[in-house]
Ligand binder design. Structure first.
Ligand code: TMP
Length: 195
């Protein structure tokens, strides 16, 4: 089973991921951008203020292809529970915002280039937070962590949730961390029990 954690920067994914890793020590816990050299290339692009948005999308996509083939698919084939900190939805929400007018209908375009090869998640925990609180928490360490941009990304996540309401579970990430963790753990336990 593939579970993903999504949300804008500063939503608190790291805290939730660490709690879920403790609750499911046998799970394969992973992330995008990944730890590979593809992931390092992505990190370089994110750190550069003037990267080309389309080129950046394809770096993220290359990292996803490698991560999928090297980590996610083998773990799923072994019957493991895979928990990924960011995945396809991050691309659709974030690069859907960075691409702007560079391509027509960017969200559809990004979804379309993943569709022929990816494996979509069974469950996505979406940590929902307002962009102001999120940007304050994230500390604006890169170009993605600014209020206006995060507001656009959040709007894109809302479109994704509207399109697939059954896959997403929205968690109010403005609650105290213990409560956010409790809801995430309960949701995952329920879905794991059902499968
Ligand atoms: P992180 O903060 O979860 O480590 O992610 C790094 C940054 O990369 C964050 O600002 C979100 C961004 N990102 C994208 O823009 N597209 C993607 O596909 C992924 C995985 C991350």
């Amino acid at each position: 089973m593939l579970v993903t954690l999504e949300g804008i920067d500063g939503a608190g994914k790291t805290t939730v991921l660490s709690a879920l890793s403790d609750a499911y020590p046998e799970a394969v816990v992973t992330r995008e951008p990944s730890e590979s050299w593809y992931g390092e290339a992505v990190e370089r692009s994110i750190a550069a203020p003037d990267s080309d948005s389309l080129a950046e999308l394809f770096l993220f996509l290359a990292d996803h292809a490698d991560h999928l083939g090297r980590v996610v698919q083998p773990a799923l084939a072994d019957g493991a529970l895979v928990i990924a900190d960011r995945y396809v939805d991050s691309r659709i929400a974030y690069q859907g915002a960075t691409l702007g007018d560079e391509v027509k209908r960017p969200m559809e375009y990004i979804r379309g280039i993943h569709e022929p090869f990816t494996r979509m998640p069974d469950l996505t925990l979406y940590l929902d937070i307002d962009p102001e609180t999120a940007a304050e928490r994230a500390g604006a360490t890169n170009k993605m962590e600014h209020v206006d941009f995060l507001a656009d990304v959040r709007a894109n996540y809302e479109r994704l949730i509207d399109a697939e309401p059954d896959r997403f579970v929205r968690i109010d990430a403005t609650q105290p961390p213990e409560e956010v963790i409790a809801v995430a753990e309960e949701t995952l336990a329920r879905v794991v029990d059902e499968t």
